[in-house]
Ligand binder design. Structure first.
Ligand SMILES: [Fe+2]
Length: 97
């Protein structure tokens, strides 16, 4: 692994943890979607949403560690008043069925 100047910075580690949890969430959702057994799919789906709880834990830390992170997160949420495109809505429907 390449040394990064921020590797020991708490916010850097928190963001890395959040990214890892997002990847885990996505992977479990994909497995839930692809498996052909409903019980197994349900277990993968439950685990996927447990990862979202971990994302929330890291998000709370990021909000505490960097006031600008919160400021810009809220700015982004307020700016995004647009609806998803029909293609994105279709993709969400397909994955969530
Ligand atoms: Fe996790």
């Amino acid at each position: 692994m390449v040394d990064h100047p921020m590797q020991n910075d708490a916010l850097h580690q928190v963001l890395k943890g959040m990214i890892d949890e997002l990847i885990a969430f996505k992977e479990y959702r994909v497995r839930a979607y692809l498996v052909d057994d409903n019980e197994t799919a349900s277990v993968y789906d439950d685990i996927a949403y447990e990862e979202v709880e971990h994302i929330g834990e890291f998000l709370k830390l990021a909000l505490e560690l960097d006031p600008k992170f919160k400021e810009h997160l809220l700015m982004g949420m307020r700016e995004n008043k647009s609806k998803p495109t029909p293609e994105v809505e279709d993709e969400i429907e397909e994955v969530s069925e």
